[in-house]
Design a protein around this ligand. Structure first.
Ligand code: C2E
Ligand code: MG
Ligand code: MG
Length: 461
């Protein structure tokens, strides 16, 4: 853009410098696009049956397209683009029939020089409200105006883009603070426990499953439980999974330990079924590690267990993280497909902490998305973390998935999640992971309803 024009656009938009500084802080123009952006443009194309979808971020003179669906576009002059209109309006812009638009009649829009069609564009904003870019859908057919819920959807999708920008920043800080058991953690040689310790524990039956209730937030009814392994060490006491699962993964012993866990959970489903013939067992969800996927025949193994214990596939859920699926995507997809055909529920665990959450969510056949507890924990800290949770819930709704919020610890988080339409949750506010016997007692509560934490106060357990 010539200097004079650039100066003019700056005076036209006194906010422009601040906006550009905000854009620069995301680094989005300098780095590879987020793979999740492609999932958003694809989702937009499917939802709106659009012919072209463009997701772009604008610097002084150009709109840089970071993801497109349909027609391949990498950059556009900013002048007279729909982005300029979004910025001027400080909100979404809808042009039902481009041929009748005055700007088109005058000079022709720079976004696409077409004489028919309709545009709708929603801003992508930074956490402090600056418009960094826009998500634009184009359809060749002129359309009537846009229904209010369609417009909301477009805005939600644009918000998802903003959340993804924010997630990048959050992820960076997680990588510093958080070590996840399913990411191959390098154990220090000589550090406890060693492979023989784990093998010994397996032989001596020192592993035990605890169960944490999963509740329907609107009713506080227990709808399921998550099986969480512990090691009852004769001298060291109860050892949490984070302290031995990484070593089990590294040594390969996760396979027999995982097999034990699956069989134990199925046995427990059978027991709870007998204890409550009328209501049956709640769904029991078992966590799986990456290695369990790369082995052939997981679905056959699960099917054999269901038959052996005489339980229905609807009573079993399997939780896995994205990072456990990535090493071998092809096999993972096949295995998940077979498990899905069996009828077991598939839950994506710790959603949001992976590398390209949206992208994988779209390609894998999950029924449930579990929002990582780090997001739930930050919900009351400000508008941006709240927005992230809101958009994850919206995303799940669009994809037809159920949502479980993990790590609910306070009444404020509970209330917010419930009001946002998050259907299920689990967390210390309702119950910590508990031994099977205690869960049996809980399952006998009338209607399987847990007490109201809003009466009991935060973290009653
Ligand atoms: P996860 O699957 O995400 O499990 C949820 C973790 O969050 C559990 O930790 C649970 O105790 C904890 N949690 C639940 N509610 C709250 C809350 O309100 N506040 C806080 N601060 N924490 C809460 P746990 O039992 O220590 O398990 C940690 C991880 O170990 C699990 O994360 C899972 O990835 C892994 N794991 C547990 N059992 C197994 C297993 O049988 N096999 C495999 N492969 N991994 C397992
Ligand atoms: Mg889990
Ligand atoms: Mg989790």
């Amino acid at each position: 853009m010539p200097q004079a024009e650039l100066e003019k656009s700056k005076t036209d938009w006194p906010q422009e410098d601040a906006r550009l500084a905000e854009l620069a802080s995301t680094g989005i123009l300098d780095t590879d696009p987020e793979p999740s952006f492609d999932a958003i443009t694809r989702l937009s194309a499917e939802y709106f049956r659009a012919d072209t979808v463009l997701l772009g971020f604008a610097d002084e003179s150009r709109v840089w397209i970071k993801s497109y669906w349909g027609e391949a576009v990498r950059e556009l002059p900013r002048r007279h683009s729909i982005f300029e209109m979004v910025l001027a309006k400080d909100g979404p812009v809808i042009i039902p029939d481009i041929s009748k638009h005055p700007l088109f009649e005058e000079e022709g829009m720079t976004l696409r020089r077409l004489d028919v069609g309709s545009f709708a564009s929603a801003p992508v904003r930074s956490s402090d409200g600056k418009i960094l870019g826009a998500l634009t859908i184009f359809a060749i057919e002129p359309r009537r105006s846009m229904a209010l819920d369609e417009l909301r959807m477009l805005e939600s999708l644009a918000d998802m883009v903003a959340s993804q920008l924010e997630l990048r920043k959050l992820r960076k800080s997680f990588q510093v603070h958080r070590v996840r058991p399913t990411q191959a953690v390098k154990t220090v040689p000589g550090e406890w426990p060693q492979r023989p310790d784990l093998r010994h524990a397996l032989e001596q039956r020192e592993f035990v499953l605890y169960y944490q209730p999963e509740i329907e937030l609107s009713t506080r009814r227990i709808v399921g439980v998550e099986a969480l392994i512990r090691w009852e060490h004769p001298e060291r006491g109860l050892i949490p999974p984070m302290d031995f699962i990484p070593q089990a993964e590294e040594s390969g012993l996760i396979l027999p330990i995982g097999d034990w866990g699956l069989a134990e959970a199925c046995l427990q489903i059978q027991k709870w079924g007998k204890e409550s013939p009328r209501h049956g067992s709640p769904r029991v969800c078992v966590n799986l590690s990456a290695r369990q996927f790369s082995r052939e025949g997981l679905a056959d193994h699960v099917e054999a267990l269901l038959r052996q214990f005489g339980i229905s596939s609807r009573q079993l859920g399997l939780e896995m993280t994205e990072s456990s699926l990535i090493p071998n995507m092809g096999t993972a997809l096949e295995v998940l497909g077979s498990l899905r055909r069996l009828g077991v529920s598939l839950l994506m665990d710790d959603f949001g902490t992976g590398y390209s959450s949206l992208n994988h969510l779209h390609s894998f056949p999950f029924d449930v998305l579990k929002i990582d507890r780090s997001f739930v924990g930050r919900m009351t800290e400000g508008e941006q973390p709240l927005q992230i949770v809101r958009t994850i819930i919206e995303l799940a709704r669009v994809l037809g998935m159920d949502v479980v919020a993990e790590g609910i610890e306070t009444c404020a988080q509970y209330r917010l999640l419930r009001d946002m339409g998050c259907r299920y949750g689990q967390g210390f506010l309702f119950a910590r992971p508990l031994p099977a016997d205690t869960i049996s007692e809980m399952l006998q509560l009338p209607g399987r309803l847990l007490p109201d934490p809003e009466i009991l106060g935060d973290m009653v357990n």
